[in-house]
Ligand binder design. Structure first.
Ligand SMILES: NC(=O)c1ccc[n+]([C@@H]2O[C@H](COP(=O)([O-])OP(=O)(O)OC[C@H]3O[C@@H](n4cnc5c(N)ncnc54)[C@H](OP(=O)(O)O)[C@@H]3O)[C@@H](O)[C@H]2O)c1
Length: 404
C-alpha cells in the first residue's frame, strides 16, 4: 500500500506540478533575492546541462561570481561565452560582463573532489553557497561503478557531493562569518547593511523519488549482493543526500530555530535540499534516441522547463524565506523545498535521526575521514580571520556613512 501511495504521489507531482507552481514567475531571476547574489561567490556543480545551466546563468546575470564545476572544462568555457553573449544582449553597453570561472570537477572520482576543494580553499576566498546540482539517473539499467568502485548513483549523487561539502566548509565558514559580522555591525541602522545576512549555504538538488527508498543499505550500498535496479539506486542516493543534509546541520550545531546551539548566534553555514520538480533535461540521455524524442513530445505538456526547474534551487540558495518563513518562524532543521518553493517534510525515512547518524559514520569511513571529524571545529581559523576583516570593513563603512 505504501508502495502504491508513493507511486500515486509521484504521478500527482508530475501531472499537477504546473498548477502547483502557478504562483511563481516563469523567470528564474524572480526566485532569487537579488542582494544576496550580487558580489557573492557561488559554486555550481553540473552547470553544463539542464537545471544547472539555468541556475549558473541566472546567478551570473545577477552579478554573482560563479565557479562552474564541470567535468569537461571546454564545455564550461563555451558556457561562459554563451552567458557573456546573453548578458550583452540583455544589458547592452551598460553591462559589466559576467564573472564566471571554470574549474575541473569529476564526481566520478573522489580524488578529483579532493583536488577541486583543496585548490579552492587555498585561494582563501569566501564561498557563499555551494550548489550540489550535478547528478546521474542512468535509466539504461546498467549496473555501473565510479572509478573508486562505488555504485554510480551512490558515488556520484551522494558520496562525492558529501565529500565536497565537508571539504569546502572552511571557505563556506569564511563567508558565513563575514556576513554575520558585517550585519551585526549595522543592526541598528539601515545604512550600509549588507541586506544579505547569510548564513553561507549548501544546497543539495535532491528528488521526490527519494520516497521510493526506505533506507540506505549500509552493508550493501553498491547493490552487489542484492538485485540492482536504476530507480532503487537513484532513490537510495537521493535519500542518502537528505539524511546527510540533516546530519550535517545537526553536527554544525544548528537547532530547529536555525540557531547555533553552542553560541546562541545565527548559524554560519546551513544545509538545505530541494526537489526541483520534473523537468525536461538531459536526464533521459541514457535511453534510446527514439524513446528520448517520444518522452519529450509526450511529456512536454506536463514537465517543467529547466528555467522553471531552477527556481527551487535559486530560492533555497538565496532567499531569507528559505530559512525563516513569512511569519518569522524558522523553516526548521534541514529545510526541504519542492518545486513550488514551499517547505515540506521529506519522507519519514529521510527524517530518521538514527539512520542519519549511522549513514554519517559509514560515510566518514568510506571517505577515509577520521571518525571524529567535527564540522563545528573545521574552519575555526578562517572564521576568526573573516570576522576580523568584516569588523574592519564595517567600521570603515560606518565612517563613510557618517561622513556622507
Ligand atoms: N530532471 C528532473 O526531472 C529532475 C528531477 C528531480 C531531481 N533532479 C536532479 O537535478 C539535478 C540536475 O539534473 P538535470 O535534470 O539537470 O540533469 P542533466 O541535464 O543530466 O545534467 C546533469 C549535470 O550533472 C553533470 N554530471 C553528471 N555526472 C557528473 C560527474 N561525474 N562529474 C561532474 N558532473 C557530472 C552533467 O555533466 P555533463 O554535461 O558533463 O554530463 C550535467 O552538467 C540532478 O541532481 C538530478 O538528480 C532532476
Amino acid at each position: 500500500m505504501s508502495w502504491l501511495g508513493t507511486w500515486l504521489g509521484v504521478v500527482n507531482d508530475v501531472m499537477l506540478q504546473r498548477p502547483h507552481t502557478w504562483h511563481l514567475y516563469a523567470d528564474p531571476k524572480r526566485a532569487c533575492k537579488w542582494s544576496a547574489v550580487e558580489g557573492k561567490t557561488f559554486v555550481v556543480t553540473g552547470p553544463t546541462s539542464g537545471i544547472g545551466t539555468t541556475t549558473a546563468e541566472t546567478l551570473a546575470l545577477l552579478g554573482a561570481k560563479v565557479i562552474l564545476a564541470c567535468r569537461t572544462v571546454s564545455r564550461g568555457e563555451e558556457l561562459v561565452k554563451a552567458f557573456e553573449a546573453r548578458e550583452k544582449k540583455e544589458k547592452g553597453k551598460y553591462g559589466r560582463g559576467v564573472k564566471c570561472e571554470v574549474m575541473h570537477l569529476d564526481l566520478d572520482s573522489l580524488d578529483s573532489v579532493r583536488a577541486f576543494a583543496s585548490a579552492l580553499n587555498a585561494r582563501e576566498i569566501p564561498i557563499h553557497c555551494l550548489i550540489n546540482n550535478a547528478g546521474v539517473f542512468d535509466m539504461s539499467g546498467a549496473h555501473r561503478f565510479t572509478s573508486d568502485g562505488h555504485e554510480q548513483h551512490y558515488g556520484t549523487n551522494y558520496l562525492a557531493p558529501a565529500l565536497l561539502s565537508l571539504l569546502l566548509l572552511p571557505s563556506l565558514k569564511r563567508a558565513g562569518a563575514s556576513l554575520r559580522e558585517f550585519d551585526e555591525a549595522f543592526s541598528y541602522t539601515s545604512y550600509g547593511r549588507s541586506h544579505d545576512s547569510g548564513p553561507a549555504r549548501i544546497v543539495f538538488v535532491c528528488s521526490k523519488l527519494h520516497e521510493f527508498s526506505h533506507g540506505v543499505d549500509l552493508e550493501d550500498a553498491n547493490f552487489v549482493n542484492r538485485k540492482y535496479g536504476a530507480r532503487a539506486a537513484y532513490a537510495q542516493s537521493k535519500l542518502a543526500e537528505l539524511l546527510f543534509v540533516r546530519e550535517l546541520e545537526r553536527r554544525l550545531g544548528v537547532n530547529d530555530d536555525g540557531v547555533d546551539v553552542n553560541t546562541g548566534e545565527k548559524a554560519l553555514v546551513r544545509s538545505l535540499a530541494v526537489h526541483p520538480g520534473n523537468i525536461i533535461t538531459g536526464v533521459v540521455r541514457t535511453l534510446p534516441k527514439f524513446v528520448q524524442v517520444a518522452y519529450k513530445i509526450i511529456m512536454s505538456n506536463f514537465l517543467l522547463t529547466p528555467a522553471e526547474g531552477a527556481r527551487a534551487t535559486l530560492w533555497a540558495a538565496t532567499r531569507d524565506e528559505a530559512l525563516v518563513d513569512d511569519y518569522g518562524a524558522s523553516t526548521g532543521i534541514a529545510p526541504y523545498f519542492t518545486s513550488d518553493c514551499r517547505a515540506r517534510p521529506p519522507s519519514k525515512h529521510a527524517r530518521d535521526d538514527d539512520a542519519a547518524a549511522a549513514l554519517w559514520a559509514k560515510t566518514l569511513e568510506t571517505l577515509d575521514l577520521p571518525a571524529d571529524f567535527d564540522p563545528k571545529s573545521i574552519g575555526a581559523r578562517e572564521e576568526k580571520l573573516a570576522k576580523k576583516q568584516a569588523a574592519a570593513a564595517a567600521k570603515l563603512k560606518a565612517r563613510q556613512v557618517r561622513g556622507s
